[in-house]
Design a protein around this ligand. Structure first.
Ligand SMILES: [Zn+2]
Length: 510
């Protein structure tokens, strides 16, 4: 925290003074080099003149070498380095160092030298924008009840932008995600970070970002009239739909479920000017995972496309809803697949027969139940004896450890796959070969998440980027396709934090 305070608070006056010399209008990258050189010389002159570094120390190195070395340190460590001696303090004001920090820590791709010519320094960018908003970079879920959602906060050019990700139009799971900016932050002329709300049709307008609790922040719009159109709210809503989509409410409802829900919440007075977001993480990948974990788009019948997070724990593959619907809200475990219970598919002719497929899956389910009953019986016996930590229960579960055989590197040959007759799919374009199948359950519920129950089904692994689930009871098929967008600052630091997040997510929405 002390480091943070120093980074945010002090040190820029020297930097600013140096920046305030007149700019030549036609500066090229060559003249940028001159500028660097000038800084080096200035640093050298000052330090040899009166800085007085101890002899034989790091500070005796030539300034360009010191710049090179210090620019490898994280930006947050530099204020401490500046306290070491006067020479270090001077060197740390070198623009090259901050330019490199912006690129390496935040992936800033823009030409920072051009920005510097325009009067803003990389130091300003780092200290006033990137560092203070570092903690909001990454993935977030808006608190809009059961619907959830996905916000990705990224460094984009010289902005920090919050993009709301929306699934592609139903049922095209292969299409890229759609995204809309909800807010942006920049440090242009004012030299002070400015937050703007990007919602509505009248362009960016003033907003605010509030942080308080860990892993949570809120955005606030200060000019909600920018969201409005003439006429009543109902009218506004219809006008917006027609302008934006050229279609009526009824026509587009199913296709644009997620966006409409977001829209409705922003229009509803309770959320009119304020939205809260909670941090979500991508799961850490393990070598034993069946396929790379991460986000997928999946078909959910009349609910349209939804976003799920695939992760692995011991012998199960789990898909957690990132977006939800009025039946099963975001945060719930939509699929729970038992990777210790493979299902061997019959030939194509038999695959078309739903009775045959059901029989295969239910057989596995029965076996699982039997073992669970035995295990709990044995466990009860063992606890009665007060000593049986390694009783038959533990033995039974040990025998089902997946071992290395389940790893992604060990997929058998692709085999032909076809959906049984009578099973409905939103998308006919599902793969016609698969690698492996497993027994699993899917979560179904009545409207408002009433009477939730886990119903048996077949998990089908097609390839590294696609899987499917046949919901036997519903006689429907969900196809999932990997979300391929690059998501920076999104991975959980460790499995414990990821698990804690999954656990919390369930309570956010229920
Ligand atoms: Zn606004």
């Amino acid at each position: 925290m002390a480091v943070c305070a120093r980074l945010c608070g002090g040190g820029q006056s020297r930097r600013c003074r140096r920046r305030q010399r007149p700019n030549q209008p036609d500066q090229s990258s060559d003249s940028d080099m001159d500028e660097e050189e000038e800084e080096r010389i200035e640093g050298r002159r000052k330090s040899y003149g009166g800085g007085g570094p101890e002899s034989g120390s790091l500070a005796d190195l030539p300034p360009e070498l010191l710049v090179e070395i210090l620019s490898m340190l994280p930006g947050t460590a530099l204020p401490d380095v500046a306290l070491v001696c006067k020479r270090f303090r001077q060197i740390i004001n070198t623009e090259t160092i901050w330019r490199r920090r912006c690129v390496e820590e935040f992936g800033v791709m823009d030409d920072l030298r051009k920005m510097e010519v325009g009067g803003m320094s990389s130091y300003d960018l780092y200290v006033k924008l990137l560092h203070p908003y570092r903690h909001i970079l990454g993935l977030w879920q808006p608190d809009i009840g059961p619907y959830g959602g996905l916000l990705n906060v990224v460094v984009d050019g010289l902005f920090v932008i919050g993009w709301m990700y929306l699934p592609p139009h139903d049922p095209r799971v292969e299409d890229p995600m759609r995204r809309r900016p909800l807010f942006r932050i920049h440090v242009w002329e004012s030299k002070k970070a400015t937050v703007e709300c990007m919602y509505g049709h009248k362009g960016p307008h003033t907003g605010d970002i509030q942080t308080g609790k860990k892993d949570e922040f809120s955005t606030k719009c200060n000019q909600t009239d920018h969201h409005r159109m003439p006429g009543g709210r109902q009218e506004e809503f219809r006008t917006w739909l027609e302008e934006e989509w050229g279609r009526t409410l009824e026509e587009i409802f199913h296709e644009h479920m997620q966006e409409l829900i977001l829209m409705k919440f922003i229009y509803t007075s309770q959320y009119d000017n304020c939205l809260t977001y909670r941090r979500i993480y991508l799961p850490p990948a393990m070598p034993s995972d069946l396929l790379r974990p991460g986000l997928f788009k999946g078909t959910y019948g009349s609910h349209g496309l939804e976003i799920v997070m695939l992760s692995f724990r011991q012998t199960s593959a789990r898909a957690t809803k990132i977006t939800g619907d009025p039946n099963v809200p975001a945060g719930q475990l939509t699929l729970d697949v038992d990777l210790s219970r493979p299902v061997v598919l019959p030939d194509l002719e038999q695959q078309r027969n739903i009775e045959e497929l059901s029989r295969l899956v239910l057989e596995v389910q029965e076996e699982a139940r039997r073992e669970a009953t035995q295990a709990s019986g044995a466990a009860a016996g063992a606890s009665g004896a007060a000593a049986g930590a390694s009783g038959p229960a533990a033995g039974a579960s040990d025998s089902r450890q997946p071992g290395p055989g389940i790893a992604a590197t060990d997929h058998p040959e692709a085999q032909p796959f076809v959906l049984p007759v009578g099973v409905t799919a939103r998308n006919d374009m599902y793969p016609r070969t698969c690698r492996r199948c497993f027994y699993g359950t899917g979560l179904i519920a009545g409207h408002g998440f009433t009477s939730p129950e886990r119903t048996p089904g077949l998990f089908v692994l097609f390839d590294q980027d696609h899987f499917g689930f046949i919901w036997l009871e519903l006689k429907s098929f969900s196809l999932y396709s990997r979300l391929t967008d690059h998501l920076a600052h999104a991975h959980a630091p460790n499995m414990e934090q990821f698990e804690a997040m999954l656990c919390n997510m369930q309570s956010w929405t229920s």
